[in-house]
Design a protein around this ligand. Structure first.
Ligand code: NAD
Ligand code: IPM
Ligand code: MN
Length: 352
């Protein structure tokens, strides 16, 4: 049985995942690791970004570590929509039923000056975004682009949520908060969207029924975006839908110094394998240059050890090594330094 399935993907995906693999082999030499094609590279080889075999292997592994997929507006942009690398990623998330996406934004002390925000706003930041990952406008139907009789075209996407989908992701957020600072913000647009209205009602009911001990604040998603850059430390756990979560997490990433710092864990029901991935993409602008920051990938591996592989001590070692490497001054270009991807991997391994 495979413990860890690596899906390096496209662009900088293979570059950063290779460093996470070195770390995995160092902290857990007994771990069984497999690797497979996924994303644009799989499309080139097999005509689809996600083959049935790879999806089956992902569901059979204990954890999956993904790199990044996609070619920006360039490579694979002409592929049919359902064969695009990004479609493969959505199918992987849906196929693995990983509905709760944990995106922790931590400001490491050594990086408090690397953020575009002032040090006193981000120092000590520990924000957990819980993004719904297998529903909402990413998956709703109908979706299409049609030609209009009088000329021009019309595009439709559908935002859709059920009670059950909202409840299960909100439950994850409340449970996480209990182990943290006991505060959940729930972000939606209940002022304009019916799906937002239902979201607010379901979260309110669940809170009253199962989590009255946790503090709950409702916040409109646009205000949440503003508050994240105004005073990010007011948040503990922030739960929101698929699209808002995507956007708010990239904004929160900059509080940590770089998009290249933010890991994620996508979890389903207990006992199912988790999907771990940096929140950044394939970064076509720097792919192949060997300068990408591998820490988001290494920290995603850290989350895999903690949440799926049952080895919290290995996770603690990785986290401590990343902190020590940063304390020692290790910086890739995105953090204002000059280390290459491999040299950052070296720095973490040395700190281990
Ligand atoms: P991106 O995250 O790839 O890049 C945004 C910016 O951040 C770029 O300037 C890039 O160089 C920089 N950056 C990202 N990761 C970095 C790292 N580890 N180290 C240093 N700098 C880093 O977003 P984009 O350019 O909008 O998208 C590029 C492609 O990636 C698109 O095809 C998109 O669909 C895809 N994408 C995939 C994922 C994923 O696989 N999970 C996530 C986001 C975007
Ligand atoms: C992310 C990415 C993906 C998303 C894309 C590539 C499908 O932006 O993981 O944040 O929008 O979920
Ligand atoms: Mn994103």
């Amino acid at each position: 049985m495979t413990d860890l399935l690596l899906l390096p993907g496209d662009g900088i995906g293979p570059e950063v995942t290779a460093q996470a693999r070195r770390v995995a082999e160092a902290v857990a030499p007994d771990l069984s690791i497999a690797e497979a094609l996924f994303g644009g590279c799989s499309f080139d080889a097999h005509g689809t970004p996600l083959t049935d075999e790879v999806l089956a292997a992902a569901k059979a592994a204990r954890a999956v570590l993904m790199g990044a997929v996609g070619g920006g507006g360039g490579q694979w942009a002409g592929a049919p929509r359902d064969k695009r690398p990004e479609a493969g990623l959505l199918n992987l998330r849906a196929g693995m039923e990983v509905y709760a996406n944990l995106r922790p934004a931590l400001c490491f002390p050594a990086l408090a000056d690397a953020s575009t925000l002032k040090r006193h706003l981000v120092e000590g930041l520990d924000l957990m975004i819980v993004r719904e990952l297998t529903g909402g406008i990413y998956f709703g139907s109908p979706r299409f682009i049609e030609d209009l009789p009088g000329g021009g075209r019309r595009a439709v996407d559908t935002q859709v949520y059920t009670t059950a989908e909202i409840e299960r992701v909100a439950r994850v957020a409340f449970q996480l908060a209990r182990g943290r600072r006991n505060l959940v913000h729930s972000a939606e647009k209940s002022n304009v969207m019916d799906s937002g209205l239902l979201w607010r009602q379901v979260v309110t009911d669940l809170h009253a029924r199962e989590f009255p001990d946790v503090r709950l604040e409702h916040i409109l998603a646009d205000n949440a975006a503003m508050q994240i850059v105004r005073d990010p430390r007011q948040f503990d756990v922030l739960v929101t839908d698929n699209l808002f979560g995507d956007i708010l997490a990239d904004a929160a990433a900059m509080l940590t110094g770089s998009l290249g710092m933010l890991p994620s864990a996508a979890l389903g029901d207990a006992g199912r394998p988790g999907l771990y991935e940096p929140i950044h993409g394939s970064a076509p602008d720097i792919a192949g240059q060997g300068v990408a920051n591998p820490l988001a990938s290494i920290l995603s591996l850290e989350m895999a050890f903690r949440w799926s592989l049952g080895r919290p001590e290995a996770a603690d070692r990785i986290l401590a090594a990343v902190i020590r490497a940063l304390d020692n001054g290790a910086r890739t270009r995105d953090l204002g330094g000059a280390l290459t991807t491999v040299q950052m991997g070296d720095a973490v391994l040395a700190a281990l």
